[in-house]
Structures are given as structure tokens and as C-alpha cells.
Design a protein around this ligand. Structure first.
Ligand SMILES: [Zn+2]
Ligand SMILES: [Zn+2]
Length: 432
């Protein structure tokens, strides 16, 4: 079945995307997008889950009260309603919308990430959002990865499905996920149990390796598993000349740890990475430093290799604490895994895509070459016997992802929504 209503509704979806683009908010601060999405989905008859019902467990790198207050003011100024802001208080952002069909069938999830990047947007008139008046109005935040379009894809699919609820078999869960960029949202969704019942899970990204409109790829390889930690050492301060012997030097502990992290013997079965990207220690010239803090990450081309890197890193970090008599706090900050789409779903997707007029080319495979926390959702669904598919939808990307001049061809919004609608038909048995 061709869903001509999706193409017809593209101008409206473009308006949604541009409205979201004007009020970008990063990890755990996506208050405007959360309220905007929840209000529409409620009006369309969806059951809405928000707040602690969908964001559970340890919230990694939670926002400060000041950041939340500023984000709330931005959301209200952009027209968000108090009613839909309230459940996300404290930074428990995101929306899961549930539509139950009149007939029995599988439970199918679609995931759309909604967060912005902590970066500025180009004001150059050559940049369309600036030229046409929908550039970011929030200083230091911008949709430079296309998650505004991802949200619009979800809304377009939602409106389409709500209109044909009578024909729906089973249950659809539309998952509008916060905090993909800092890789904290997916794990929090899993911890809430909200995706435990999924038989199928679909998700995707626009652009990346596919820069032409109408291209699609369902065979994504080279996701990297990733773990991030915040490390804090606590020592004892003392006078650097009078009694250095009485001090416990946290700065020396962190330096010993950091130098040795880069000396971990590398796993023989595949590539790994380690980085310490931020380090802060001590106070002034003549005091033995009693505090040190750094941010580190490991990556691996398999979950096993990344787990090995984490284990060795923690041994070194604990060892340095012991050497210098320091207190130690290791706080997880982000996680992503390596996952693969379920093969029969890839095959089905390629068959369905071949029949869609909006698809001009099925790209046989593409490398992701980075980390993405959709993999955590995929792994969770697959580990419980469900099937998962990650897709790439082609669009030109202006200056590139996370660049100030990132921009898209908005046609990709309809192309992706059409593909998802057709996949839902296929697994509900409407198509061969
Ligand atoms: Zn990104
Ligand atoms: Zn992204």
C-alpha cells in the first residue's frame, strides 16, 4: 500500500521541523521538543508516557538547576504548554506514545532522537535556516545533527498511523528519545522497562554516509562500543614546604593513572581506543593538591574489546588511588554498544524499499564509524527475542554533521516516514 497522505503532509512536517529547529536544546534539557511532541500526540489520540515512567535508573550527567531553569524559560518563550512541561521537570525529558490497534498483532517500536548539539549555528545568509528565519534562537545550542528532522519524521508517522487506527494490528510505540549526543538517553529508557515488550524496533539516522536524497541503507556496520566515566580522586591537602609528607597528592594520582591508561596492552582481536579529554586538579602553588578530576572514554569494535579496555582502565585507576592513598569515585557517564540489525529484517527492508517511489537507490552497506546509543535499544530488544533494524536515510548535509552550516533536504522527512509506514504494513501482513 502506498501512503500518499505522508507525502501530502510533508509541508506540515517541515513546519514542525523548523519550529523545533528554532528552539534547540541539548541532553536532558529538551523541554520544548518534549512538550511540543506530547501535545500533538495527545491531540491525535495517543496514550502518552513521560518523565520517570520512561527515564529511570541512574541519569548520567544530569543537568544543573540553572540549566534546567534556562531551558524551561526558553521552552515557555517558544510556546510550550505548562501541562506538558511538568512531567519532564528535573530533566526527565522525552516522550513515548502508544497507539493500540483495534486488532491483535505485534508490538512495534520506532525510535526518534530529539536532542540538539551544544554548538552555535551559522548566521551566514548562505545557510538556509539563517536566510529563511528558522535558525537557532538559543545561544550555544543548535540542531546540527538532524534530530529536529528525526522528531518530525516521528510526528509525520504518528499522524499517519492515528488516522488509520482501525486498520492497525497490534500496538505501536513511538519513542522520542532524549540525550543521544551524550549517549545517556537509551540506557535510561531501557531501565524504565518501557521497551521490554517490543517484538520489533526500528530506528535510523538521516545523512551520515548517505548524502543523496532517495538513498537508503539497511546494512550498517562499524558501530563502536563506548564507555565514558568521570573519575574523581580525593587526597589530603598540606603545606607544600612545611609538611609535604602529610599530604596525599590527588594530582599525582590522576597523572599516574592518565599516563598508564594510554599504555594498556591492546587487544589482539580488533581496534580499540582510549582518551582522557579533560583533566582538572589542585588549587594553587603551595598546597599539595587534594582533588583531581578527569573524563575518560574507551571504545572498541566489539563489546568484548571495549569491556576489556574498561576492565584494564579501572585496574589502573584503582592502582593509582592505592599508590597515593586517595579516595576514588568512578561515575559512569555514557554507554553505547555494537549491535547488528536482525538479518531477516534487513532483507525485508530492502524488498520494501525497492517498491517505494521515493527510494532511488538501496546502498548495500555503509560504515557508521562512531558510537550511537540506538544500539543499546537494539541489543535489549534482540536479547529478549525481538528483531531490530537500523537505517540510514540519504540527504545532503550542508557543512556536515555537528558543523555550524549543517542543513538537510527536508524531503528526507517524508522518505523516512514512508519507509517506516511500509515496514509496519509488511510486518502486519498487509504486503507480501
Ligand atoms: Zn550527532
Ligand atoms: Zn545524530
Amino acid at each position: 500500500m502506498l501512503h500518499t497522505d505522508i507525502a501530502a503532509a510533508l509541508p506540515e512536517a517541515i513546519e514542525w521541523r523548523r519550529t523545533l529547529h528554532r528552539c534547540p536544546q541539548p541532553a536532558w534539557l529538551e523541554l520544548f521538543a518534549t512538550a511540543f511532541i506530547a501535545e500533538k500526540l495527545t491531540a491525535w489520540g495517543y496514550e502518552i508516557k513521560m518523565g520517570r515512567d520512561i527515564i529511570a535508573g541512574q541519569q548520567l550527567l544530569p543537568p544543573s538547576a540553572d540549566e534546567l531553569a534556562r531551558a524551561r524559560a526558553q521552552a515557555l518563550a517558544a510556546g510550550a504548554s505548562e501541562q506538558f512541561l511538568a512531567p519532564a521537570a528535573g530533566g526527565h525529558t522525552g516522550v513515548v506514545a502508544i497507539l493500540k490497534g483495534d486488532q491483535p498483532g505485534p508490538t512495534v517500536g520506532f525510535r526518534f532522537d530529539i536532542d540538539a548539539n551544544e554548538t552555535a549555528e551559522s548566521a551566514d545568509p548562505g545557510h538556509r535556516p539563517a536566510r529563511e528565519g528558522f535558525a537557532s534562537q538559543n545561544p550555544g545550542a543548535a540542531h546540527m545533527c538532524g534530530h529536529d528532522a528525526h522528531a518530525a519524521i516521528g510526528l509525520l508517522l504518528a499522524k499517519h498511523l492515528a488516522a488509520r487506527r482501525a486498520a492497525l494490528r497490534g500496538t505501536v510505540k513511538l519513542i522520542f528519545q532524549p540525550n543521544e549526543e551524550n549517549l545517556g538517553g537509551a540506557a535510561a529508557l531501557v531501565a524504565s522497562g518501557i521497551i521490554d515488550d517490543l517484538d520489533y524496533l526500528f530506528g535510523g539516522h538521516i545523512g551520515l554516509a548517505l548524502t543523496e536524497i532517495g538513498h537508503i541503507c539497511l546494512n550498517i556496520h562499524d558501530f563502536m562500543a563506548l564507555s565514558r566515566f568521570e573519575i574523581t580522586y580525593t587526597g589530603r591537602p598540606s603545606h607544600a614546604a612545611l609538611r609535604p609528607d602529610q599530604g596525599h597528592n590527588a594530582l599525582l594520582g590522576s597523572c599516574a593513572a592518565i599516563a598508564n591508561l594510554y599504555a594498556i596492552a591492546r587487544h589482539g582481536l580488533g581496534a580499540s581506543r582510549i582518551n582522557v579529554g579533560y583533566h582538572q586538579a589542585g588549587t594553587t602553588w603551595n598546597v599539595i593538591p587534594d582533588k583531581a578530576y578527569f573524563r575518560m572514554e574507551t571504545r572498541g569494535v566489539s563489546n568484548e574489546i571495549n569491556a576489556y579496555m574498561v576492565e584494564k582502565a579501572h585496574e589502573i585507576i584503582r592502582g593509582a588511588a592505592q599508590m597515593y592513598g586517595l579516595g576514588l569515585d568512578i561515575k559512569p557517564a555514557a554507554v553505547a554498544v555494537v549491535a547488528e540489525s536482525t538479518p531477516d529484517l534487513v532483507a525485508l527492508g530492502e524488498k520494501i524499499a525497492a517498491g517505494l517511489p521515493s527510494i532511488k537507490k538501496i546502498v548495500p552497506s555503509a560504515a557508521f564509524n562512531a558510537s550511537e546509543d540506538f544500539t543499546i535499544l537494539m541489543q535489549h530488544v534482540q536479547s529478549r527475542g525481538g528483531r531490530a533494524l537500523a537505517a540510514l536515510f540519504g540527504t545532503p548535509v550542508g557543512g556536515g554533521h555537528h558543523n555550524a552550516a549543517f542543513d538537510i533536504d527536508e524531503q528526507v522527512i517524508a522518505n523516512a516516514a514512508e519507509f517506516y509506514a511500509a515496514m509496519l504494513d509488511a510486518i502486519q501482513g498487509d504486503r507480501p
